[in-house]
Write a protein that binds this ligand. Structure first.
Ligand code: HEM
Ligand SMILES: [Cu+2]
Length: 647
């Protein structure tokens, strides 16, 4: 423990006092980076903070929808032989719940946090491809709204979130529900890939001078690894979901055994994506945890290099685990042993993370506030989920508990521990920055307590239910099964958890009735997003900061911070720096607001959704998309006045 820097950081809390009048430069920057408002203006905005906020808010709404679906499921399961839901509705609800949580909440929420926070953390004014960013959001929004609209109109999918064939082929799942599902899942992948490309380029090329790779905040590292995982994990699923859509709409035989197809191929494609997906959700959460731990322990992280290496190795190992979801499909024993070994191995880098956090927190003068509480909750829940994970990685045990409530308990421990608690921590941590208002601490503590108690009450008994053989995805159970008490407890727990979520949701809404009160750096954080105002101005930073160490704000000391000069305030210019050492080497001019990304997203949707009705729509959609891209990429005058730029 000799490498640890023992000094406690006092923090640099600043008061949100009256601000000095805007400088001339700031006024010009403000005009240059301006976005139109109003109804039409809304569709033209491209600023990363606006798009990031939209991702966060939209995905939170899907979280609430999926939560309501979960409560309906739990209500049905509260008592044996209940008839609150029909079997069909039950199937639709767990499919919508699982799909919404995984595709429409967890991944977009993490993308939203990345899109909002990363450019601020690395000290730049916007992302590399602002219009592409907006396009990704519209594709996501259209996907979510369409899937839910179809559901309400009676076309809800009911094949589960992993949509196993042959159940989901047209013979066994007639109707349009699964067509919408397969198409909208493809959309989500497009949106994720777009965010991934964006964030990778932005992180590699737009870091503030001095922020060499080995000084990058851990949250940025986590996002970078996640985005690379998206680039490798999403295409296989995209291929899979397109093949499924083709099997359903134009009767190809990719998965249909009678036509020479291979059902297991779907499982391989799905889980080659599906397992990394879990880490695509978890790794950003690890970054969130690191940010909060450092800030609230008020000292640098213990073992920065180990933390970075372990996150990177999680990114690699996560791709070698997918077959552990297929242990009961009769694969050769040798292959299965390999995947058991890999599954157990991933506990090592995960453990490194946990130990480094503990070492950082150990003996620190902790500042106990809501974000830190959610982090502590994460430790407890996620470690329990990890333990059952090692259990189900062993084939004989998995064979016993496969498709029982033991699995439902396991993956909710991992997902709620590994995603929901960190996301709530992140909300309390960054809300002041994003919206300029502090969330209420008392409400935060209540919310945490209710969620923590409710979660464990609700999900711990499911381990026992699973060991007793209660199957998952079945709409009811018999009176004499002996599962009643624990099942009722699980339902009560779910409601308590939901109450906790509600407290935060209401508090967040109420905070808009108050006037902005957040200081620029309420928690004394070390990363650059805290160096600018809360909420940040259109242009993020009046002067692009220069970074002198790993803990950008803490290492600034009392000397005046260096700043970049030479960017023209009348153009959307960002500084481009070198990949390893972040030395300035060019200036890039970013495109401004436009409606074309929205129109292009609508054109893509027309093509894909029309295809469900008739194949001719696909080329039509393609053509329209091409038109959209032409408008989007139409050459613009560079170097004109600020007004011309904005138009
Ligand atoms: C209030 C919190 C939650 C409750 C009460 C809850 C409850 C449930 C229930 C009752 C099921 C169906 C079990 C079955 O009959 O097989 C389920 C399935 C599932 N849940 Fe949750 N859940 C919650 C949160 C989450 C979160 C946050 C995620 C992911 C981020 C998630 C992901 C899933 C998935 C992937 C499935 C499997 C769906 C399927 O079998 O196709 N859940 N959940
Ligand atoms: Cu897995």
């Amino acid at each position: 423990m000799t490498t640890r820097t023992e000094t406690d950081r006092p923090g640099v809390t600043e008061q949100a006092s009256e601000r000095p009048a805007m400088s001339r430069k700031a006024q010009e920057l403000d005009r240059t980076w301006y976005s139109a408002s109003g109804f039409v203006g809304w569709f033209t905005q491209v600023n990363h903070r606006i798009i990031g906020t939209r991702f966060i808010v939209t995905s939170f709404i899907f979280f609430l929808m999926a939560g309501i679906e979960a409560l309906l499921l739990r209500t049905q399961l509260a008592v044996p032989e209940n008839s609150f839901l029909t079997p069909d509705h039950f199937n639709q609800l767990f499919t919508m719940h699982g799909s919404s949580m995984m595709f429409f909440f967890a991944v977009p929420m993490m993308e939203g946090l990345g899109i909002y926070v990363v450019p601020l953390m690395i000290g730049t004014r916007d992302m590399a491809f602002p219009r592409l960013n907006a396009f990704g959001y519209y594709v996501y929004l259209i996907a979510g709204v369409t899937l839910y609209a179809a559901g309400f109109l009676g076309h809800a999918p009911d094949g589960g979130w992993f949509a196993y064939v042959p159940l989901t082929l047209p013979q066994y799942s007639p109707g349009l529900g699964l067509d919408f599902w397969a198409t909208m899942i493809t959309f989500i992948e497009i949106s994720a890939l777009v965010a991934a490309v964006e964030l990778i380029v932005t992180v590699f090329k737009q870091r503030a001078p001095g922020m060499s790779l080995n000084r990058m905040p851990l949250f940025v590292w986590a996002m970078l690894v996640t985005m690379f995982m998206i680039v490798f994990a999403m295409p296989p699923l995209m291929v899979g979901s397109v093949m499924l859509a083709l099997d359903r709409t134009v009767s190809t035989h990719f998965f249909m055994p009678s036509g020479g197809g291979e059902p297991l191929l779907w499982q391989h494609l799905f889980w080659f994506f599906g397992h990394p997906e879990v880490y695509i959700i978890l790794v950003p959460a690890l970054g969130v945890i690191s940010s909060i731990v450092v800030t609230f322990a008020r000292r640098p992280i213990f073992g920065y290099t180990a933390m970075v290496l372990s996150v990177v190795s999680i990114g690699f190992v996560a791709f070698g685990l997918w077959v552990h979801h297929m242990f009961t499909t009769g694969l050769p024993a040798l292959g299965v042993s390999f995947f058991t070994a890999a599954s157990v191995m991933i506990a090592v880098p995960s453990g490194v993370q946990i130990f480094c956090w503990i070492a950082t927190l150990w003996g620190a003068k902790l500042r106990i506030a809501t974000p830190l509480l959610f982090v502590l909750g994460f430790f407890f829940i996620f470690v329990l989920g990890g333990l059952t994970g090692v259990m189900v990685a062993s084939v004989p045990f998995d064979t016993q508990v496969h498709d029982t409530y033991f699995l439902v308990a396991h993956f909710h421990y991992v997902l709620i521990g590994g995603a929901v608690f960190p996301v709530f921590g992140a909300i309390y941590y960054w809300f002041p920055k994003i919206f300029g208002r502090m969330l209420n601490e008392t409400a935060g503590k209540w919310s945490f307590a209710l969620m923590f108690v409710g979660f464990n009450l609700g999900f711990f008994p499911m381990h026992q239910l699973g060991l007793q053989g209660m199957p998952r995805r079945v709409y009811t159970y018999l009176f004499d099964s002996g599962w009643f008490e624990l099942s009722l407890l699980a339902t009560i727990g779910a409601y308590v958890f939901a109450l906790g979520v509600l407290v935060t949701a209401v508090d967040a809404l109420l905070s808009f009735l108050r006037k902005p009160d957040a200081p620029d750096n309420p928690w004394g954080g070390d990363t650059l997003e805290w160096a600018t105002r809360s909420p940040p101005p259109n242009y993020n930073f009046e002067d692009i900061p220069v970074v002198r160490g790993r803990w950008a704000l803490w290492e600034r000391g009392d000397e005046p911070a260096g700043a970049v000069t030479g960017l023209h305030p009348g153009r959307r210019e960002v500084l481009v720096t070198t990949l390893l050492d972040a030395e300035p080497h060019a200036v890039a001019i970013l495109p401004g607001p436009t409606i074309w990304p929205f129109l292009a997203a609508v054109a893509v949707a027309a093509g894909f959704l029309g295809f469900i009705r008739h194949p001719i729509w696909f080329p039509i959609g393609l053509l329209l998309t091409f038109v959209g891209f032409v408008g989007w990429l139409w050459p613009r005058a560079v170097g004109g006045s600020a007004e011309e730029q904005v138009r």
